[in-house]
Ligand binder design. Structure first.
Ligand SMILES: Cc1cc2nc3c(=O)[nH]c(=O)nc-3n(C[C@H](O)[C@H](O)[C@H](O)COP(=O)(O)OP(=O)(O)OC[C@H]3O[C@@H](n4cnc5c(N)ncnc54)[C@H](O)[C@@H]3O)c2cc1C
Length: 314
């Protein structure tokens, strides 16, 4: 009989959807006879949301402090306590912090960007995406390995079950070297990119901050808003509130125009549900074309001004 250990991720006192996906995945992979244990460092009163687990190891976190050092150590302690066959953590900004910390403490491996897990022989067959989504690697895992699972591998609705799992109170490990200073949320006075019908989204392919102006003209002609991939935000060319993706916002516009965006898994996570995706990229092998409904292999700096003229003339 197998045991799965699922790390419960929270943000600002709420359980993140990725947790419910992991609970669904854990149950599917280990079967009804197995035990699913959830490790939750979170405020009191939320364990009934984890009804898809048989058991919850719970440590109180009344102030919602995010301390990856403490969480990583606590996960390593839980691995010792539970001796799981499978450990699932979200492939999120939080999960990546925690999984690597825990793996080093527990002396085991970790695999990032996991999109599929299935039982195989004495262990698991694990599929992960590598090289920014251009290739898929398959590994037979027979030793304890912490899997960082991408959103989409499980079904959050199926994994979000109200119930009364057995709750065992534990003490979270101390963070010796890190201090929590507070949660910084994106500026809420900017436009809300999650509410737009059309997004004109730019990536590193825009090349320079000065080139954003031509894209803004196109967006204005279309009645759209400009959003971006992370490198554009990290460069400080647009505010954080415009970032699409894993560590930005999840959007579902009617039209998503992806200009000079390669289509890394962390970006796709935020926009792949758009009704119509149109991608423009000079690289015909860019992974964005795998999710695009329409693709154009072209230099955006050539195409965008011409497109703006067409839209204005229509
Ligand atoms: C924990 C974590 C969280 C992350 N969160 C996010 C997130 O929320 N959102 C996000 O976007 N990324 C996120 N990332 C980063 C992600 O992995 C990628 O690095 C990022 O999405 C790449 O952005 P890009 O496509 O703009 O750049 P690149 O991957 O560099 O792609 C640029 C593309 O532009 C094309 N190009 C270049 N010049 C032109 C031109 N003139 N005309 C047309 N095409 C051109 C190139 O062919 C290339 O495909 C995260 C990463 C991690 C590890």
């Amino acid at each position: 009989m197998s045991t799965a250990l699922v790390f419960v991720e929270t943000l600002d006192g709420k359980i993140a959807d990725i947790t419910y996906e992991l609970l669904d995945l854990a149950r599917r992979v280990i079967g009804d006879g197995g035990t699913v244990t959830a490790l939750a460092v979170m405020p009191a009163g939320l364990t009934s949301e984890l009804g898809a687990a048989d058991r919850v190891l719970w440590a109180d976190n009344p102030d919602n402090r995010y301390l990856p050092e403490s969480l990583g150590k606590t996960l390593a302690q839980a691995v010792d306590q539970v001796s799981p066959d499978l450990v699932l953590v979200g492939n999120t900004a939080v999960g990546m912090d925690v999984a690597t910390y825990a793996a080093s403490r527990a002396g085991c491996s970790t695999i990032a960007s996991v999109q599929k897990v299935e039982p195989a022989g004495q262990g698991w067959q694990v599929e992960s995406v590598i090289l920014g989504g251009k290739m898929v690697a398959t590994a037979e895992v027979t030793e304890l390995t912490i899997l960082q699972v991408l959103a989409g591998a499980g079904d959050a609705e199926r994994g979000h079950v109200q119930g009364n799992p057995t709750v065992e109170t534990i003490t979270a490990a101390e963070a010796a070297a890190t201090v929590y200073e507070g949660l910084a949320m994106p500026d809420s006075t900017d436009v809300d990119i999650t509410k737009q019908d059309i997004l004109v989204s730019i990536g590193r392919g825009i090349g320079d901050k000065d080139n954003i102006e031509v894209v803004e003209e196109l967006a204005e002609a279309l009645g759209a808003v400009v959003s971006a991939s992370r490198p554009v935000i990290d460069a400080g060319w647009l505010p954080k509130s415009r970032q699409v993706g894993k560590s930005g916002k999840k959007v579902k516009p009617k039209v998503y125009l992806a200009l000079g965006i390669s289509g890394a898994p962390e970006h796709l996570e935020g926009m792949r549900d758009a009704d119509c995706i149109i991608a423009v990229n000079t690289d015909p092998k860019a992974p964005i074309f795998d999710v695009a409904h329409y693709g154009i292999v072209e230099d955006i700096l050539e195409l965008v001004p011409a497109l703006t003229e067409k839209v204005k003339g229509a």
